[in-house]
Design a protein around this ligand. Structure first.
Ligand code: B12
Ligand code: SF4
Ligand code: SF4
Length: 337
């Protein structure tokens, strides 16, 4: 049996802000199944494909006994990036590598002490329901905005999850109390109506999905029109949340905005391949790829109807990428309604 006091010290020493422990019991299927059946996963087929693993971590690690959930606060308000059209979580170094490195250090120390210990770890990409585990581990709860909300940092947090095949001496008793109450601010503020209540998000209607995951085709026009100084991810339903009113500055330099977060939509739409190679690898923005990022920035120029973007849009309407070309032709039409 592992001691949570020791594991907490270790988690803190490798850089995590919060850590909690949950029994590795199966997740009632209804949360995931209802969401999938409603079509809320849009084209994210990978959410469907490994549903059995998402619902039972014993399918990821035979003999799983405990799920350890880690939280990192990432909020910063650096002056040079304050107007960035990039969502906060993606302005610094790719959080996947930051949290993975921390979990790797945690695992290394743990297996050094308990050599036979089996474990499975993931940051975002593994078939795990990370918010459910963070809730079960007592670190907060899932708000109406679909985000995991903690007491000390609000929802400006990222999660990492580690399954182990040993028990710990103490488990959380369940999610923290729901603090949303009668508030509906996020639901009222979402520009696309993607929040359907009870913490469910219709991903197909969410600008985070449209700017990041839907990167190979044109975005439906109704959603494009909402790309208002927003080109990668969306923070609106977190920005308006009263539980995020007192954010805590994330000191660690890995969360500091990189040079790309100083650029506006005009500069991002006009990125050359060489600039892309210099600025984007090592950040989460790489997921949208060169043409996807430029397509998004071009939409945002169309929405802003800035006269000074005409020259660039004309140039991009002859771009070698069909994705960017078509987006630029649409954006030019917004300039001349
Ligand atoms: C798919 C996905 C998306 C999709 C769908 C969003 C969603 N809310 O499901 C899209 C692309 C839209 C998206 C967007 C974002 N994402 Co995302 N995403 C994921 C991913 C890969 C899976 C989430 C999932 O399983 N959804 C399916 C539904 C059915 O499950 P659920 O989200 O857990 O919600 C249900 C359960 O939690 C259940 N529930 C609630 N409480 C409890 C308690 C118990 C005990 C139980 C059993 C169940 C339960 O009720 C909820 C509704 O049914 C996770 C990483 C991961 N592997 O978990 C990251 C993750 C959720 N995303 C993250 C982030 C940062 C974002 C964005 C903020 C990025 C941005 N700025 O643009 C936005 C936020 C949009 C929003 N309002 O939710 C973070 C979460 C940060 C946080 N504080 O919540 C995660 C955890 C990645 C990480 N490792 O840090 N994301
Ligand atoms: S991230 Fe943006 S589009 Fe998605 S639910 Fe929140 S406010 Fe709506
Ligand atoms: S805005 Fe209001 S309803 Fe939405 S998550 Fe925050 S507290 Fe809950």
């Amino acid at each position: 049996m592992l001691l949570t006091a020791h594991l907490r010290d270790l988690a803190r020493s490798v850089g995590f802000d919060l850590v909690g422990f949950a029994r590795a019991e199966p997740i009632p299927p209804k949360f995931l199944m209802e969401w999938l059946e409603a079509g809320f996963a849009a084209d994210m087929d990978w959410m469907r494909e490994r549903a059995d693993e998402r619902l039972d971590v014993a399918n990821l690690l035979p003999g799983a006994k405990t799920v350890i959930s880690f939280v990192n606060n990432y909020w910063r308000d650096d002056e040079q990036s304050v107007d960035s059209p990039i969502a906060r979580y993606a302005r610094g170094r790719d959080y996947h590598s930051t949290l993975r490195d921390r979990m790797k250090a945690f695992r290394k120390a743990l297996t050094g002490r308990f050599p036979g210990l089996g474990s499975y770890g993931s940051v975002d990409s593994g078939p795990l329901m990370e918010k459910v585990w963070a809730a079960r581990a007592g670190l907060g709860y899932v708000g109406k905005n679909g985000c995991f909300i903690t007491e000390p940092f609000g929802s400006w947090v990222l999660l990492a999850t580690l399954v182990i095949d040993a028990e710990v001496d103490e488990y959380a008793s369940g999610p923290a109390a729901d603090r949303c109450g009668a508030c509906r601010r996020c639901l009222m503020s979402c520009p696309t109506g993607a929040l359907v209540g009870n913490g469910q998000v219709n991903a197909g209607a969410c600008l985070s999905y449209q700017t990041i995951e839907n990167r190979e085709q044109q975005v439906p026009e109704a959603f494009r029109l909402k790309f208002d100084n927003l080109i990668f991810g969306c923070d609106i339903c977190q920005q308006v949340c009263p539980l995020n009113r007192r954010p805590v500055f994330a000191e660690h330099p890995r969360f500091a905005p990189r040079a790309v977060a100083e650029l506006g939509t005009l500069e991002l739409a006009g990125l050359t391949e060489a600039q892309y190679e210099q600025l984007i690898p090592g950040t989460a923005l790489a997921r949208a790829r060169y043409d996807g990022l430029r397509r998004n920035a071009v939409y945002a120029l169309g929405v802003a109807r800035q006269a000074d973007s005409r020259h660039l849009l004309e140039k991009l309407s002859g771009d070698s990428s069909e994705l960017v070309r078509t987006a630029a032709q649409w954006a030019l039409r917004q300039l001349d309604p």
